[in-house]
Design a protein around this ligand. Structure first.
Ligand SMILES: [Zn+2]
Length: 191
């Protein structure tokens, strides 16, 4: 089979409630792109006849296809106040992020404070995107087939003495995400 020409554009739209400054945002997006680059590589291997994916995280508002992703960045100390997941019926919130499937679409959100580093934010948002695309709840954390790594619960809270998130993306994580990436999971599109 030969690969179709061209690129499939893929937006990951972030809604910034917490005001991350430009430098931090750039560093965060760079780390996130690095994680998704590994997913793209698996995607190319699995779907040899599909266009190559151009995945770009953005703070810009705009159209969102049903296969694309969205995530709210909320202030950690006011997460209950600003949580879209709670508003949409989630019974509780995770330590560093929450994903909730509602009648108005799936919502992912992560909680940011001044100790959040760009790598940690990238890993936490990737973890929430795994819940989002794999349509899995807490059972994802210990699912052998999802491959632990960034699927582990501790990705959000377990930190080394240097205050860095210590969980790494595994190849299995990248493969399951590659398989799920183009599946339609309509996102919550509200404010
Ligand atoms: Zn989780």
């Amino acid at each position: 089979m030969s690969r179709q020409s061209g690129l499939q554009f893929y937006n990951i739209r972030f809604v910034n409630i917490v005001e991350i400054d430009d430098d931090n945002r750039r560093a965060f997006f760079k780390e996130l792109c690095e994680l998704f680059r590994r997913v793209s590589r698996e995607y190319i291997d699995i779907f040899k006849d599909r266009p190559i994916l151009a995945i770009s995280p953005t703070m810009a508002d705009g159209e969102l296809n049903d296969f694309e992703l969205r995530c709210f960045l909320l202030p950690s100390d006011k997460k209950e106040k600003f949580s879209r997941a709670l508003k949409l019926g989630s019974p509780g919130l995770g330590a560093a992020g929450t994903t909730w499937r509602s009648n108005h679409g799936t919502v992912s959100e992560i909680y940011v404070d001044d100790k959040s580093d760009s790598l940690g934010l990238a890993r936490i948002s990737f973890h929430e995107f795994m819940h989002n695309k794999l349509k899995m709840g807490d059972e994802m954390h210990n699912d052998f087939d999802v491959g632990f790594g960034l699927a582990r619960e501790q990705v959000s809270s377990e930190r080394s003495i240097f205050n860095r998130s210590t969980a790494e993306l595994t190849q299995k994580n990248a493969v399951v995400m590659a398989k799920a990436l183009m599946e339609n999971v309509p996102q919550y599109k509200g404010k």
